[in-house]
Write a protein that binds this ligand. Structure first.
Ligand SMILES: CC(C)=CCC/C(C)=C/CC/C(C)=C/CC/C(C)=C/COP(=O)(O)OP(=O)(O)O
Ligand SMILES: O=P(O)(O)OC[C@@H](O)CO
Ligand SMILES: [Mg+2]
Length: 235
């Protein structure tokens, strides 16, 4: 797979299990200025819910990626630009490191040329993803940097993803991960609610991921976060 995320600043993560705000539509969602839409969530995801979002976004130019939370929810659809597959580096349950991936290969005909991995480092102990994967979220900045380094050097990951889903994270840990990486793109996601937060994390992460804000506040709020990270990267 080529690496379009090298040129991204902002990703909008749409949770197919959550509603949009008021009378907003996916046409509005595709016009927030984000560089790509990632469709995924941890809980209560089904192929039907995934498909509904793909169909609603497929008419637009914004790149569309599925981020499946397990092999059973992967949707084969040409409207998708590709699949970003989490590998949870600090999972306690090995199923979320290689087990799910082995199962996926066993049951599916994988479009390898459209598939890439994201080396997740899960750091919010209260997030569903931490609970599901039994992640060891007690990691110092030094630990995070080492995870990032081995993800790039030993495991050849295209993307390292610092995941604080639901809370704003520790900037020092994001900075440490960024310093550890040469080529690999650093994603940061979690608790980005406004311009200032996006600007601050944008100073350290290559790509800032915004999720719940779309479902809680709507497209105008998301647009501010796009501006925040793009301003940080313009400096
Ligand atoms: C091999 C395949 C096809 C899939 C396995 C992929 C793996 C290892 C998934 C484990 C991690 C996971 C569940 C990722 C989903 C993306 C994610 C972290 C979404 C954010 O979820 P939360 O915000 O914690 O959950 P809710 O918003 O649903 O509560
Ligand atoms: O929902 P939020 O807290 O913005 O997190 C975004 C993303 O990292 C979740 O996987
Ligand atoms: Mg969430």
């Amino acid at each position: 797979m080529n690496t379009p995320w090298d040129d991204w600043d902002h990703v909008l993560k749409v949770d197919p299990d959550k509603d949009l705000v008021g009378d907003e539509t996916f046409d509005d969602v595709c016009q927030t200025g984000t560089d790509a839409i990632e469709i995924g969530g941890t809980l209560d995801i089904t192929t039907d819910k995934m498909q509904r979002v793909i169909d609603a976004c497929s008419e637009h130019d914004v790149p569309l990626y599925q981020e499946p939370s397990n092999p059973a929810v992967v949707v084969e659809d040409d409207a998708l630009d590709g699949y970003l597959i989490p590998v949870v580096f600090n999972a306690g349950d090995v199923f979320w490191i290689t087990g799910a991936h082995k199962e996926w290969e066993r049951i599916a005909d994988i479009a390898w040329e459209r598939t890439a991995t994201e080396a997740y480092i899960v750091l919010n102990e209260d997030a569903s993803v931490a609970e599901l994967t039994d992640a060891d979220t007690e990691q110092t900045a030094e630990d995070v940097a080492s995870y990032a380094k081995v993800a790039e050097r030993l495991f050849g990951q295209d993307i390292v993803y610092i995941e604080y889903s639901g809370m704003y994270g520790d900037v020092d840990k994001v900075e440490a991960a960024h310093d550890a990486l040469d080529e690999t793109t650093l994603f940061y996601g979690g608790g980005i609610r406004d311009y200032d937060a996006a600007y601050e994390m944008g100073q350290h992460a290559d790509v800032v991921v915004v999720g719940d804000l779309l479902h809680d506040e709507g497209c105008d709020a998301v647009r501010q976060t796009v501006k925040g990270v793009k301003d940080a990267h313009a400096e």
